[in-house]
Design a protein around this ligand. Structure first.
Ligand code: AHM
Ligand code: MG
Length: 332
C-alpha cells in the first residue's frame, strides 16, 4: 500500500511545476495545518459549547457563529505571519487584512473560513474555502490585490468537515482530495485527478426559493425534473445547504449546483454567494475537474470584481448542464 501525505504530494507537485521558490507549496501546507486545527474545533463543537451564535452581525448582515470567528482568526493570524502572504480577503471581514510590508509575501488569499455555518447547530457538513492569487500591485499590497478575476488564481480548494474531514485542492494540474486520518493527524491522498463523471445525476438548489426565481432558472429546473430515459432524467435532487458539501458530491457523482439570483429581497438580486470567497475558488476547481461555472450570462472566472463582497448568481457542475443553463438564459 502506498501512503501519500498531503505534504509529500505538494512537494512532488512542485517538482512537476518546474523550478519554484516553494512558497506556494509552503502556503498550501500552512492551510492544511490550519485546517487540521479547525477540524479539531468543529469535531469538538458540540462538546465544549463553542457552538451557537455570538449575536454579532457580519458585513453581510448575517448573525456570526462562534466557529466562524474562530476559523477566521486562526487562518488570518496563521497566514499573515507566514511571510508568504501580503493580503487576506475574508467573507467575515469588511476590509482585507493587509500584511505589514516587512512580513509580506507574494501571494493573496481570499477565503470563506467557515461556509454553511447555519449547519453547525444541526451537526451537518460545513467547509472552509480558499483562493490563492499572485500579488498584482508593485508597491505595498492594497485591496485591489484581492479583487482579481478568478482566471488569475494559481490555486484554490476547500476543506469539508463531513463524516470525515477532506481537503480538496488544485494548483492547475488537476484536482486532488485528501482525507484526514485523525489517528495520525495527517491528510492522506484519497482522490487522484478528480473529474466530473460524464453523466449528471443530481441537481442541487434551494427549491423553496423557486417563486422568487426568474423564468430561465424555473425552466431549467423544470427540465431537470422531466422524465426522459435517454438523458437519465429526472435527475435526483440533493441539497445540504452548504456549498462545499453540495459541490463535493456533485463533482464526485455528477451534478449541477445552483444558487441563482432571486427577487426575494433587494440584497439577493445578484444571488447570495460571494464572487471572491465562494464562486471563484469553486469555479477554478470545477474547471480543473472538467466542469464549468457560470452566472447564466458570464463565465464566473471571467468576471472582473467591482467590490470585495460582491455577490453573483452561481451555476456550477457538469459542463453540459452549465451550457444548458446558459442556453435557457439566452432564450428567456
Ligand atoms: P454562508 O457563507 O453565510 O454560510 O452562506 C453560504 C451558504 C452556502 O454554503 C450554501 O450553498 C447557501 O449558503 C445556502 O443558502 P440557503 O440557505 O439560502 O439555501
Ligand atoms: Mg460563509
Amino acid at each position: 500500500m502506498t501512503l501519500t501525505t498531503i505534504e509529500r504530494h505538494i512537494i512532488d507537485e512542485e517538482r512537476r511545476h518546474g523550478p519554484t521558490s516553494g512558497t506556494l507549496t509552503n502556503l498550501l501546507h500552512d492551510i492544511a495545518v490550519a485546517a487540521k486545527v479547525i477540524s479539531r474545533e468543529v469535531r469538538r463543537a458540540g462538546l465544549n459549547d463553542i457552538i451557537g451564535a455570538t449575536g454579532d452581525v457580519n458585513v453581510q448582515g448575517e448573525v456570526v457563529q462562534k466557529l466562524d470567528i474562530y476559523a477566521n482568526d486562526l487562518l488570518s493570524g496563521y497566514l499573515s505571519h507566514s511571510g508568504r502572504v501580503c493580503a487576506i480577503g475574508s467573507e467575515e471581514d469588511p476590509e482585507p487584512l493587509l500584511v505589514e510590508p516587512s512580513r509580506a509575501g507574494k501571494y493573496v488569499v481570499n477565503m470563506d473560513p467557515l461556509d454553511g455555518s447555519g449547519n453547525i447547530a444541526v451537526n451537518a457538513s460545513i467547509g472552509t474555502i480558499f483562493s490563492i492569487l499572485p500579488k498584482k500591485s508593485t508597491g505595498n499590497a492594497t485591496a485591489a490585490d484581492c479583487m482579481q478575476a478568478g482566471r488569475h488564481q494559481v490555486a484554490a480548494g476547500y476543506v469539508m468537515y463531513g463524516s470525515s474531514t477532506v481537503l480538496v485542492y488544485s494548483t492547475g494540474l488537476g484536482v486532488y482530495g485528501f482525507t484526514l486520518d485523525p489517528t495520525v493527524g495527517e491528510f492522506v491522498l484519497s482522490h487522484t485527478k478528480i473529474r466530473y463523471p460524464q453523466r449528471c445525476k443530481f441537481y442541487s438548489v434551494n427549491e423553496g426559493n423557486s417563486a422568487y426565481w426568474d423564468t430561465n432558472t424555473r425552466r431549467y429546473v423544470d427540465w431537470c425534473k422531466q422524465i426522459d430515459p435517454d438523458t437519465h432524467r429526472p435527475y435526483g435532487h440533493r441539497y445540504i445547504g452548504a456549498m462545499v458539501a453540495d459541490f463535493h458530491r456533485n463533482m464526485l457523482e455528477g451534478g449541477v449546483f445552483l444558487y441563482p439570483k432571486d427577487n426575494k429581497d433587494a440584497g439577493m438580486s445578484h444571488g447570495k454567494l460571494r464572487l471572491l470567497f465562494e464562486a471563484n475558488p469553486m469555479a477554478y476547481l470545477a474547471d480543473q475537474a472538467g466542469g464549468a461555472a457560470t452566472t447564466g450570462t458570464e463565465r464566473i472566472l471571467e468576471i472582473e470584481p467591482t467590490d470585495l463582497h460582491q455577490r453573483v448568481p452561481v451555476v456550477v457542475g457538469n459542463t453540459a448542464e452549465v451550457e444548458r443553463y446558459e442556453r435557457f438564459s439566452r432564450e428567456s
